[in-house]
Design a protein around this ligand. Structure first.
Ligand code: GLP
Length: 246
């Protein structure tokens, strides 16, 4: 696990974007796993900048996103699909046919999860998976629990996740869904390279657990300790508890 601590979140976004751009320029048909939430936004901005400067084209990449809320259609402002259109896809030359998403509107959620698993496999697996981390240590929507899940699955969100994310729904007068679909821990771990971004004091406890804690499904992110190629980008606030006794 490589832990990189930077003074400021902008430096993080530049380095994370650089790793992704390098991958795309090495293999134009790369398969990239993207995340939503505030953590990757600056990284996406940097990729867009580099795209506008002609330094990278996303035309041939295939994308998979980590998760989606159950019940939200792609044109709902709070769907993760909408987020990706708004923050990356719609501002670059990503081919819409190569965008893969879990559908929160699927009639049969189990079948939808199986379809997504098969699709990742058909595409040869994920070259780089970008991640954020929840304040409770979740990655994607793999909430703390008693076992690590392998393949995509429907999940009931924890109160802590609802408390962190409901502001986005309240802002438009909606109630936050209680269920989501997410890639499993196995899907994430099968990615050839993983980049996790965490900034701000609210992530410090989860980051300490991720880097120094025992590997346990009670903090799903700890599994990343077992992956051969993980880079964790932190700002000073998110890294502030590292090295301190519990
Ligand atoms: C959300 C997403 C995760 C994200 C995390 C942190 O619930 N499902 O993929 O990494 O929570 O979000 P943020 O970056 O906004 O803090």
């Amino acid at each position: 696990m490589r832990v990189i601590i930077k003074d400021n979140p902008i430096e993080i976004s530049h380095e994370a974007a650089e790793l992704i751009i390098k991958q795309i320029n090495k293999d134009h048909g790369s398969v990239l796993g993207f995340a939503t939430g505030a953590s990757p936004v600056e990284t996406y901005k940097r990729i867009i900048e580099k795209y506008n400067e002609g330094e990278v084209s996303l035309k041939h990449i295939t994308t998979f996103n980590l998760d989606e809320y159950v019940g939200l259609s792609q044109d709902n402002v709070n769907s993760y699909y909408y987020f990706m259109q708004d923050n990356l896809f719609g501002k670059t030359d990503v081919n819409p046919e190569k965008i893969n998403f879990l559908s929160g509107k699927a009639e049969n959620l189990e079948e939808e999860c199986q379809r997504y698993y098969n699709r990742i496999k058909e595409c040869g697996g994920i070259d780089i998976q970008l991640l954020g981390i929840g304040t409770n240590g979740h990655i994607g929507f793999n909430e703390p629990g008693d076992k690590f899940k392998d393949i995509p699955f429907p999940v009931k969100l924890t109160q802590s996740t609802i408390d962190s994310n409901r502001k986005y729904f309240e802002a438009v007068g909606d109630t936050m869904p209680e269920y989501a679909l997410t890639m499993g821990i196995g899907d994430i771990m099968r990615s050839r390279k993983i980049i996790l971004i965490a900034t701000g004091e609210s992530k410090a406890k989860a980051v300490k657990e991720l880097v120094e804690g025992e590997v346990s499904p009670s903090c799903p992110a700890t599994i990343l300790q077992m992956h051969a190629d993980v880079t964790i980008f932190l700002d000073k606030a998110a890294a502030s508890l590292l090295g301190e006794k519990k």
